[in-house]
Design a protein around this ligand. Structure first.
Ligand SMILES: Cc1cc2nc3c(=O)[nH]c(=O)nc-3n(C[C@H](O)[C@H](O)[C@H](O)COP(=O)(O)OP(=O)(O)OC[C@H]3O[C@@H](n4cnc5c(N)ncnc54)[C@H](O)[C@@H]3O)c2cc1C
Length: 497
């Protein structure tokens, strides 16, 4: 079996948004970086059975597009994921799940970091740099919050008002990570023309584009098509046991410093198998979600060039907790992709749009991970078993109170929850998972120290959402990347001492 010694390099596992951010940071510090990745290209299509199962599990319209299925294809079978009452997702694609994400970036506030090993001040600079980076990736980048003409008029209206006298609900423009439209290479957004909103200057930030840029760097090596099966801890480093996806041939890589960014499920599985932790239950944090539709006589303005993403975010303070949410204009043109291209269909759709679709908005609400009740374990047959205990009474109660408050607030503005109530989504359907190997001051065996280094594993860093201590009721990717950069900078600082 072939052994490649990478001991004199920094080894980054995975090319998702975490992996590319970590690699960029190491390259900026003039390190030689090797990235190892399953790295599925875009031309892979998941089987029909697999596509249908994801469509059933997740509400996002993105799962309806066959060409996007490369982002989750084969993940559960290769990683041997077993689910008990939980809908999980993972990726083996170049760019990982960022091929599918909504790119809503919402920095954690001081209070969201109460239990973390660092304070907001410690990550202030990184937060600022990353916000600029994701939203001004090139000259075509825009921040939804600044270019307000890109926001749906109804959302804009809500943002400008203080809706609740006690300020229990407040609205803000959403900040979306947007990348450039590269006219020369004809690079297009994954949803170009599919989402129905024609937005020629904007596309969602995707880690794959940054990977393309990293590939031009002389100190960067990308080894793709490799599935990392397990890791052995050696006295002087780590031995990665891998399989080449193309022909199932096995190969070994030796590394001294590893930055593990394989996504929460793969990273946790690798760590549990390295620590030979069979049937050890770890909490899997998620941000339980609910969704509802708002109907109003107010219409979306036809003339507006509206982003097909979250157009406004809101925060609800309820029972001493913060619950996050976002509003999307209803993507009425999306249906055009599924219906036969006939004049009569267009005509009927236009009537439906004028009467109903343009008057609808979709709302998504996320509760913090304090309300999640999932666990995972590695069984003796190498399956990663994810279980959910279902929605707790506490979650159901807070959801009910939340809906009552939101109904009142929206009604005042002429919006009605449609049909009559919202719905708590199934466990995992919120898509945000992490917190299996959290950074702690005094880490247990299955946790990381305040430098993101896995307990008893020198120079093995967890740099993806697995190392988050808690997930606030909002998307966690931005905060997870901020934390990962913080880990890399601390590593570089300590290394030079
Ligand atoms: C529909 C959808 C919408 C979302 N919307 C938002 C949002 O609006 N805001 C937000 O904050 N978050 C959102 N998310 C979550 C966000 O996409 C993820 O949190 C983020 O992309 C995770 O990045 P990552 O780099 O940690 O892992 P991943 O993106 O999962 O990347 C993992 C990488 O590791 C590689 N890999 C995995 N296992 C192996 C293995 N065993 N061997 C070799 N390589 C492997 C893969 O090829 C991939 O490159 C959304 C997710 C989805 C699916």
């Amino acid at each position: 079996m072939r052994l490649q010694d990478l001991s004199n390099k920094q080894v980054v596992l995975g090319s998702g948004i975490s992996g590319v951010a970590v690699a960029r940071e190491l390259l900026n510090a003039k390190k030689s970086v090797v990235m190892i990745d399953a790295g599925y290209p875009r031309n892979i299509i998941a089987s029909k059975k697999e596509r249908l199962s994801y469509q059933r599990m997740f509400v996002s319209l993105k799962f309806k597009l066959q060409e996007m299925s490369f982002a989750y294809a084969n993940y559960k079978s290769l990683a041997r994921i077993k689910e008990q009452g939980f809908n999980s997702i993972g990726s083996l694609a170049q760019g990982g799940l960022s091929n599918l994400w909504g790119a809503n970036i919402d920095p954690y506030e001081d209070s969201d970091l109460d239990t973390f090993t660092y304070k907001k001040d410690d990550i202030k600079e990184i937060s600022k740099e990353l916000t600029n980076y994701y939203t001004n990736y090139s000259n075509q980048g825009v921040i939804a919050g600044r270019k307000i003409q890109s926001i749906d008029n109804r959302c804009l209206d809500l943002i400008s008002k203080r809706l609740d006298e006690d300020s229990r609900v407040c609205f803000k423009p959403a900040t979306i990570a947007l990348a450039r439209k590269d006219f020369d290479s004809k690079r297009e957004c994954s949803f170009h023309r599919d989402c129905g909103a024609d937005c020629p200057n904007k596309e969602i930030f995707n880690a794959k584009y940054e990977l393309d840029d990293l590939l031009k760097h002389k100190n960067f090596t990308y080894i793709k098509g490799i599935y990392i099966k397990s890791v052995d801890k050696l006295s002087d480093g780590y031995l990665l046991r891998t399989i080449r996806l193309e022909n199932q041939s096995k190969s070994l890589f030796k590394a001294k410093s590893v930055f593990c960014c394989l996504g929460t499920l793969s990273t946790t599985k690798l760590v549990l198998s390295m620590k030979k932790a069979i049937n050890v239950n770890l909490p899997l944090l998620s941000t339980p979600a609910a969704t509802f539709i708002l109907f109003s006589l107010k219409k979306k303005k036809e003339t507006m060039e509206v982003l097909p993403f979250a157009n406004a975010v809101f925060q609800i303070s309820i029972s001493g907790q913060k619950v996050g949410g976002c509003l999307f204009p209803f993507p009425s043109d999306f249906l055009l992709n599924y219906l036969p291209k006939m004049k009569i269909i267009n005509w009927l759709l236009n009537i439906a749009r004028a009467l109903i679709f343009d008057r609808l908005m979709i709302a998504l609400v996320n509760f913090s991970s304090d309300y999640s009740s999932n666990t995972l374990l590695l069984d003796k047959d190498d399956n990663l078993v994810i279980s959910s205990l279902g929605h707790s009474a506490n979650l159901k109660n807070t959801f009910k109170n939340c809906m009552n408050l939101l109904k009142q607030v929206f009604k005042k503005e002429g919006y009605y929850v449609f049909p009559f109530k919202g719905k708590l989504l199934d466990a995992g359907e919120d898509i945000h998972i992490g917190g299996t190997l959290p950074m702690e001051q005094q880490p247990s065996e299955y946790a990381c120290n305040q430098y993101g280094e896995l307990s008893e594993c020198k120079n093995f860093f967890i740099t993806d959402p697995s190392a988050l201590k808690r997930l606030a009721g909002k998307g966690h990717t931005f905060n997870s990347v901020v934390q990962s950069i913080y880990v890399v900078r601390n590593y570089l600082k300590r290394e030079t001492k």
